[in-house]
Write a protein that binds this ligand. Sequence first.
Ligand code: ATP
Length: 363
Amino acid sequence: VITDTTKTRRGAVSLRKLTKDYAGSRAVDGIDLDIPAGEFFTLLGPSGCGKTTTLMMLAGFVEPSGGSVVIDGRDVAHVPPPDRDIGVVFQNYALFPHLTVFQNLAFPLEMRRLGRPEIARRVGEALKLVRLEQWADSYPGQLSGGQQQRVAVARAVVFNPPVLLMDEPLGALDRKLRLQLQLEIRSLQRELALTVVYVTHDQDEAMSMSDRVAIMREGRIEQMGTPAELYETPVSVFVADFLGDNNTIPARAADDRHVMVGDVALRTPAHGLARDADCVVLIRPERVRISDAPATFSGVVHDVVYLGSASQYEIDVAGAGRLRCAVSHNGGHAVWEPGRRVGVELPADSVHVMPGDPTSKKE
Ligand code: ATP
């Protein structure tokens, strides 16, 4: 399984204008996407945005209404699933309960008509990969959820596909196990040089595992990039909201370098909005600066929550509303009590100004 040297060149995935209509509604709306071989690519978005439908069209379980699915230069839009050479892992494991772990893994190899010794060799290697060698003769029902999902992963890669699709594979597991399996899946992906297309609605999971992420919204890709690109330079309030915590402050454009927050002129990078246009200022809580000194804004501490490595303050700022501000505890730090007046700074290199987008809220 592991020693195929050609696999680094296999597994490039391209979607062209991929579309799926269900009676009266468009689940996937013309997706264009190029995933190079060996990339860990994640579709991230709220429930119903079309992630699963996109993945199922890639796998061949859902017929596209339009567009194409190209794998290594071959249009597979009308090729049946087993002939696409793609491994698939679902949230619910989908193991055969009446077959042993060994037999579950042997199944895709038998379908491909490999001989007994070759099957035994490959199943052994795949089980070793997920550290379940001792469980070959057990039945799925005798395994924990995490072990069952490892079996499902092993079964999905046992026939050496260049592409692995995963739909919320860790959704049924508790948090600790999820974190552990995230690491295992990532290292398996690297070891096998797999192209992984991963579906999740968990932003932390997407950010920590992926080379690149596509944020989906209503059947389209809203933004695509590395986790850092999406986090640092979101193109919309929707993306910024989806990736982590944000303060969203209503504002009005003033000139190329300022927006008005209440009656305070806030310096920001040029944003190209018409004067007086409604806009939104975004800033991450960890980028808001508070101090005892006078600053651009003045606020009053409403509440403070101790988070271990940081404290999160809620501060009422005239004209800006209630802002969240995370102060990390590296070394001694001042603790501002509720009711305390503080200076609040929104550093220009940390704010993003966008056209107002009232419909965008994380679901
Ligand atoms: P979730 O995380 O909840 O699974 P998702 O982002 O994966 O959401 P999809 O399952 O792809 O979204 O669904 C996209 C849209 O298509 C939804 O509005 C859904 O109701 C609709 N849809 C999905 N499958 C079908 C189907 N078989 N028949 C009709 N509508 C469907």
